[in-house]
Design a protein around this ligand. Structure first.
Ligand code: KIV
Ligand code: NA
Length: 270
């Protein structure tokens, strides 16, 4: 069972690999490929729940999906995302919700979309034994504030603010930091400046690791962000398999004899 300390040790030696997963079979595939970490991201809202943002995702959603991922993995560190408004408003509720992800769902760490308001919370959670992955740059739970899913840290002021918050969260005890949709040179400088691993998404090649949304990687969606790379074509694969099944049923080709059985000694039922 890998720990957050293994992730910290790996940084700088070898790239750290991470993908999201929201169910057991996908998590098992991530583990079979030997990735370091799996993120049960609130991106599940867009990726598999049919919402057009992450805002409607609930604690119950993340607990349920984290449970599925945790049951399917043994050698992959499971990080669960804290959904919108499950943290940050009151310390007591934040601690209770983070605790559920470890106690009820089987995560080994939580991820928080960060700002000034999460520095103290990171200290509190880590002091209590709940490892924290911080997340800066584009924080999609702030979409209404930001006005869109736009690049962050593109000016000297905003890049310096991300660096300042990165240092504050590292000092508060975060074990790693996701940097989303920031310029590669900004991510490189932050990676140099802090002593915890950075995990980039749309943040260039110089972070300590990379994360992507698994449905983008597998090609299951109609749209994916320009910084993602599609490695599979599962949407087409699903559509053709399902269409073939429908056709077989309509043609009488399914079920065939090998898919059905007859009880020989059974009398007529009436
Ligand atoms: O929810 C998510 O998948 C994330 C990653 C994009 C980092 O936060
Ligand atoms: Na997220």
């Amino acid at each position: 069972m890998p720990t957050v300390q293994d992730i910290r040790r790996k940084a700088g030696d070898e790239p750290i690999t991470m993908l999201t997963a929201y169910d057991a079979p996908t998590a098992a595939a991530v583990e079979a490929a030997g990735l370091d970490m799996v993120l049960v991201g609130d991106s599940m809202g867009n990726a598999v729940m049919g919402y057009d943002s992450t805002l409607p995702v609930t604690m119950d959603d993340v607990v349920s999906r984290t449970g599925a991922v945790a049951r399917a993995t043994e050698d992959t560190l499971v990080v669960a995302d804290m959904p919108f408004l499950s943290f940050g408003a009151s310390e007591e509720a934040s601690v209770e919700n983070a605790g559920r992800l470890l106690k009820d769902a089987g995560a080994q760490a939580v991820k928080l979309e960060c700002g000034e308001h999460t520095v103290e919370l990171t200290d509190t959670l880590t002091s209590l034994g709940i490892p924290v992955m911080a997340h800066l740059g584009l924080t999609p739970q702030h979409v209404n504030q930001l006005g869109g899913y736009t690049r962050q840290g593109t000016t000297e002021d905003t890049a310096s603010e991300i660096l300042r918050l990165a240092e504050a969260h590292a000092d508060a005890g975060a074990f790693s930091l996701v940097l989303e949709h920031v310029p590669a040179n900004v991510a490189a400088q932050i990676t140099d400046a802090i002593d915890i691993p950075t995990i980039g998404i749309g943040a260039g090649p110089d972070t300590d690791g990379q994360v992507l949304v698994v449905t983008d990687v597998l090609g299951m969606t109609d749209w994916s962000p320009p910084f993602a790379k599609q490695y599979g074509d599962l949407k087409a694969e699903m559509e053709s398999a399902i269409a073939e099944y429908k056709q077989d049923v309509e043609n009488g080709d399914f079920p065939a004899s090998e898919h059905s059985h007859t009880a020989d000694d059974l009398d007529d039922l009436y």
